[in-house]
Design a protein around this ligand. Structure first.
Ligand code: AMP
Ligand code: GLY
Length: 430
């Protein structure tokens, strides 16, 4: 079996790690391996966006399964392209990937099919957007409709902030070309869950719910990032709640995508807010979350490869059930100084052997690379995600702090409060 993973961040490192466990004999390949993937996968010198070249390479090398990590190549149609070449690829088509690539599209699907989400309107016109903000009156959220790498959302406390956000986006300065359209929506309140579901376009197999920490600062302060840490399981995600999420959100969404002529096959990620009126969708993503994948996959005892292959081949996953390890996982992201703003790269990283050897700790690499001489250095904003497994979230968090503390690079920053909501909930119930 030959498997290609497209992408080279922490999420893709976790995918490779899990695929290696599922298929010890498989040959794994990855696009432009980061500094932690050697020994796990063979690096190929193509970028995730080089869709034509990747399909050609996969064909020549008789790749049995291609797993696409990031949203950008999915939104550009990498899976359509692979399928046209007779190749097996895991991920949605270009049309189905719109559920993430266009917030206006996603909101439309939810509205047409009665899937619970915040009230909203989509605007091409600045004056009309401003009028709607004034009409809603209270706290709103302003979003660039297109892909904006997590930077296209402004959660506003009042009308003045919302007007400023619209001006910033529609003038195009803040997010490039992403904001020809903006979505203005009601601001919801409640805790958030990240729920991944495997789907063949009809059947839905939800995974363990996780919670991520999107803000740069401890206590959820400061600007949004790609994600500074995550943990699973979340005790709020009771079997009853998950049954509701499945019945009210996941199944209707998958059915809606099929009914509208673009069935979604792959991994559907629902960002959910637990509002006083029940679970509602904040957003959909068309791929695994980063860093949630770094906690969900280490807890998955059963195979990920088997359902991925079935979905990639267009087969049914009816009857598939996933088995989970008992216990909990927490991951903490070690970031470069300055992230999510500008940050330096090329700084040497020291990971002590005793950290690499820690039991129930896995160091997933994201923005790292090897120099010509094999030394490890930083190459991105989120550098490493250190995952620990333990009986409880509190113990897992303690364990990954211990590991993170030992890892050094100049200016390294990480949050020391990963899992705090869960830890407080548990303490309250003790
Ligand atoms: P998104 O990129 O759509 O996931 O938005 C990023 C973050 O903004 C989410 O994780 C939420 O914390 C917040 N957010 C987005 N939409 C809303 C909303 N309608 N109400 C409250 N918070 C929101
Ligand atoms: N952790 C959030 C995301 O992957 O979009």
């Amino acid at each position: 079996m030959k498997i290609l993973v497209v992408g080279n961040g922490g999420r893709e490192h976790a995918l490779l790690w899990k695929l290696r466990r599922d298929a010890p004999e498989a040959e794994l390949f990855v696009t432009r391996a980061n500094g932690g993937m050697e020994g796990l996968a063979t690096s190929i010198p193509l970028a995730p966006g080089e869709i034509q070249a990747l399909a050609g390479w996969a064909e020549q090398n008789a790749i049995d399964l291609t797993v696409v990590g990031p949203e950008a190549p999915l939104a550009e149609g990498i899976v359509d392209h692979f399928t046209a070449h007779g190749l097996c690829a895991f991920g949605p088509t270009r049309a189905a990937a719109q559920i993430e690539a266009s917030k206006a599209f996603a909101k439309g699907v939810m509205q047409r099919h009665g899937i619970p989400t915040a009230a909203f309107q989509v605007f091409d016109d600045r004056a009309a957007a401003e009028a709607y903000v004034r009409e809603l009156g209270g706290p709103v959220v302003v979003k660039a409709s297109g892909l904006a790498a997590g930077k296209g959302v402004v959660v506003c406390d009042d009308t003045a902030q919302a007007l400023a956000a619209i001006a910033g986006m529609m003038e195009g300065a803040a997010v490039g070309t992403a904001a020809a359209q903006v979505v203005v929506e009601e601001r919801m309140t409640g805790e958030e869950l990240s729920v991944f579901a495997l789907t063949d376009g009809e059947n839905v197999v939800p995974m363990l719910a996780a919670q991520d920490h999107k803000r740069i600062g401890e206590g959820e302060m400061g600007p949004n990032t790609g994600g500074m840490g995550a943990y699973a399981p979340v005790s709020l995600a009771t079997p009853e709640l998950m049954a509701r999420v499945e019945a009210e959100i996941l199944r209707p969404t998958v059915a809606a995508m099929a009914a509208e002529g673009h069935p979604f096959r792959g991994l559907l990620y629902a960002g959910i807010m637990l509002t006083p009126d029940g679970p509602k969708v904040v957003e959909f993503n068309c791929r695994f979350g980063d860093p949630e994948t770094q906690v969900v996959l280490p807890l998955l005892r059963s195979s990920l490869l088997a359902p991925m292959l079935a979905i990639g081949r267009g087969e049914s996953i009816a009857g598939v059930t996933l088995e989970w390890e008992p216990g909990a996982a927490a991951t903490v992201v070690l970031a470069s100084a300055g992230y999510p703003g500008d940050y330096p790269t090329g700084l040497p990283i020291h990971i002590p052997p005793e950290v690499e050897a820690m039991e129930d700790v896995v160091v997933f690499h994201a923005g790292t690379r090897r120099t010509d001489r094999g030394a490890l250095e930083t190459s991105g904003g989120r550098v490493l995600a250190v995952t620990a497994l333990a009986p409880t979230v509190a113990q897992a968090a303690e364990r990954n702090h211990l590991a993170a503390e030992g890892i050094r690079f100049e200016g390294r920053y990480y949050r020391r409060d990963i899992g705090w909501r869960e830890i407080e909930r548990r303490a309250a119930h003790a």
